[in-house]
Design a protein around this ligand. Structure first.
Ligand code: NAD
Length: 474
C-alpha cells in the first residue's frame, strides 16, 4: 500500500485533482503529507457520480449491499497494520488504539449487515392491507470529525449503503489520509459512484451542506457546526442526523470501591487523550471518598506515559490539531487565572501538541472548565453531598449526550440514571456503544440517532402502500 500519495474516490476512480493541503503529524507539529483538496468541480463530479449510481444501487438486492459492507470490512482487516501506522501519523493516537478503532469499524460494518429494513403492516383486513416500507433517500452527504475518523465514517457508510443510498463522504481536514487510503482499497467493492470520498479544507463542508444534489446530511461534529449544518439544510429541507458535542457527567456514590473504579474512571475521562464525545468531562465525586479518589486519579495521571503514538509504551498521544491544542490550553490558563487548583500528570514532550493530563480540584460550578466541553485532557473533579443537588448540577447544561453513575447499589444507580437528561447512561461502566443501540444526543447534543434499526431508518423515508384485497373501484 502506497502511503505517500493520496487521491479522492470519485465514480470508482482515484482522482488526484490539482490542489493539495498540508497534513501535520500532531506529535511533531510538522507537515508530513499532502492531501488532495477538492473544490466545487470535484464536489459536483462526486455528487453526479453518486446520483447516477443511485437508481441501480437502490434497486439492488439487499444481500448485494451487505456483501459490499463485508468487503469493506475485509479490506480494513487485511490492511490494518499499514492503515494503523498511517492513522497514528496523522492522528497522534498510539498504534494499538489506532488498530482497535480500525478493527472496531470493520466489526461495526459487519454487524450492520445483521440489520434488515422492516416493513410495517398497519392494517390487514378483508378489504385491504396497508404496508409501510422504508425506501432510500438518494445521495447522502456524510461529514466526519477528526477524533474517530474511521469508526465514525463506518457508522455512516454502513447504514447509508445498506438502506440503498449512495454517498459522498468527507473526512475532517485534520485527518483525511486514512479515510482516503481506505477509499483506494474499497474502490471496487461496490458499483462505481456508490461510495465517493473527497477531502478538502474548511470551505468544503459548507459547500456540501448547501449542495442541492444531497437528500440527506449525516453529520458528526461540534454543536456549533451542527447548528450551521441544520441552518444550511433548512433551505431545501434536506433530512439531517446530527451527532454533536457533550459535557458528560459521571456521578460517583460513596459506596464504590475506590481502588477498583479509579482505573475505569480514569480511562473513561482520558481515553484518546480525552478527545471523545462521550468521555466523562465533569466528575462528581461524593465528599466521603473525594480525597481518596482524587489522589488515586492523580497517581494514574502521573504514571501514564503521554507521547508520540508511534513509540511503544505510549498510552496517550497528543491533542490532534493545533486549534484544539490552543483551545484546551486557554481553558487551563483561565483556570489558573481564576486561582483554581490544578493537579498535573506526567511530563509531556516539548515538541508537538502535548498537554499533561490535568485534574482540576473542586472548581466552582460556573468555572469555564466545568461549563465548556474541553475535548482535551483537563478534567474537573467536583464534590457532592446530596443526590438531588448533584443530579440538578449534572443536568444543568445545554448538552445531553451521555453520562454515568457509579455505585455498588445498582437500584440506587439505576434510579439516578433515569434522572439524567442524556441519550445514554452507563452504570458502573463507560464509553460503551454497540451497533444495535442508538446513540441519540438529547438537548443540543444531537438531532436524530445513529446505530441500530432506528439509526438505519434515518437513511430512509417511510412510504405507505394501500393494497386492495377486493375490488375498490365502484
Ligand atoms: P467540527 O464540527 O469542527 O467538524 C466536523 C466535520 O464538519 C469536519 O469534517 C469539518 O470539516 C466539517 N465542517 C466544519 N465546518 C462545517 C460547516 N460550516 N458546514 C459543514 N461542515 C463543516 O468538529 P470536530 O472538531 O471535527 O470534532 C469534535 C467535535 O465533535 C466535538 O464537539 C465532539 O464532541 C463531537 N463529536 C460528537 C460525536 C457524537 O457521536 N455525538 C462523536 C465524535 C465527535
Amino acid at each position: 500500500m502506497n502511503t505517500e500519495s493520496f487521491c479522492h474516490l470519485i465514480g470508482g476512480q482515484c482522482e488526484a485533482g490539482n490542489a493539495t493541503m498540508d497534513v501535520r503529524n500532531p506529535a511533531t507539529g510538522e507537515v508530513f503529507a499532502q492531501a488532495p483538496k477538492a473544490g466545487e468541480a470535484l464536489l459536483n463530479a462526486a455528487v453526479t457520480a453518486a446520483t447516477d449510481a443511485f437508481p441501480a444501487w437502490s434497486a439492488s438486492p439487499i444481500d448485494e449491499r451487505k456483501k459490499a459492507l463485508h468487503a469493506i470490512a475485509g479490506a480494513i482487516e487485511e490492511h490494518v497494520d499499514e492503515l494503523a501506522s498511517l492513522f497514528t501519523r496523522e492522528h497522534g493516537r498510539p498504534v494499538p488504539a489506532a488498530k482497535a478503532e480500525l478493527l472496531g469499524a470493520a466489526m461495526w460494518l459487519k454487524a450492520t449487515t445483521m440489520l434488515d429494513i422492516p416493513v410495517e403492516v398497519t392494517e390487514d383486513t378483508d378489504d385491504r392491507r396497508i404496508e409501510v416500507h422504508h425506501v432510500p433517500l438518494g445521495v447522502v452527504c456524510a461529514l466526519v470529525p477528526w477524533n474517530f475518523p474511521i469508526l465514525l465514517a463506518a457508522w455512516k457508510i454502513g447504514p447509508a449503503l445498506l438502506a440503498g443510498n449512495t454517498l459522498v463522504l468527507k473526512p475532517s481536514p485534520f485527518t483525511p489520509l486514512t479515510t482516503l487510503k481506505l477509499g483506494e482499497l474499497i474502490k471496487d467493492v461496490a458499483p462505481a459512484g456508490v461510495i465517493n470520498i473527497i477531502s478538502g479544507g474548511d470551505e468544503l463542508g459548507p459547500m456540501m451542506t448547501s449542495h442541492p444534489g444531497f437528500a440527506k446530511i449525516s453529520f458528526t461534529g461540534s454543536t456549533q457546526t451542527g447548528r450551521k449544518v441544520m441552518e444550511s439544510a433548512s433551505r431545501d429541507l434536506k433530512r439531517i442526523t446530527l451527532e454533536l458535542g457533550g459535557n458528560d457527567a459521571s456521578i460517583i456514590f460513596p459506596d464504590v470501591d475506590v481502588d477498583k473504579v479509579a482505573e475505569q474512571l480514569f480511562e473513561g475521562a482520558f481515553h484518546n487523550t480525552a478527545q471523545v464525545c462521550v468521555a466523562t468531562k465533569r466528575m462528581y465525586i461524593h465528599e466521603d471518598i473525594y480525597d481518596a479518589l482524587r489522589d488515586r486519579l492523580a497517581q494514574l495521571a502521573k504514571d501514564a506515559k503521554v507521547g508520540d503514538g508511534s513509540q511503544q509504551g505510549t498510552r496517550f498521544g497528543p491533542i490532534q490539531n493545533e486549534a484544539q491544542y490552543r483551545r484546551v490550553l486557554a481553558l487551563i490558563e483561565d483556570a489558573k487565572a481564576n486561582g483554581l487548583t490544578l493537579i498535573e500528570g506526567a511530563d509531556v514532550p516539548e515538541k508537538g501538541y502535548f498537554i499533561p493530563l490535568t485534574l482540576v480540584d473542586n472548581p466552582p460550578e460556573d468555572a469555564k472548565v466545568v461549563t465548556e466541553e474541553a475535548f482535551g485532557p483537563v478534567l474537573p473533579l467536583l464534590k457532592w453531598t446530596d443526590v438531588d443537588d448533584v443530579v440538578q448540577r449534572a443536568n444543568d447544561t445545554e448538552y445531553g449526550l451521555a453520562g454515568a453513575v457509579w455505585s455498588s447499589n445498582i437500584e440506587q444507580a439505576t434510579a439516578t440514571a433515569h434522572r439524567l437528561d442524556t441519550g445514554t447512561v452507563w452504570i458502573n461502566q463507560c464509553l460503551q456503544s454497540t451497533p444495535f443501540t442508538p446513540l441519540a444526543g438529547a438537548k443540543q447534543s444531537g438531532f436524530g440517532q445513529e446505530n441500530g434499526v432506528a439509526g438505519l431508518l434515518e437513511f430512509t423515508r417511510p412510504k405507505a402502500l394501500f393494497i386492495p384485497k377486493a375490488d375498490t373501484v365502484a
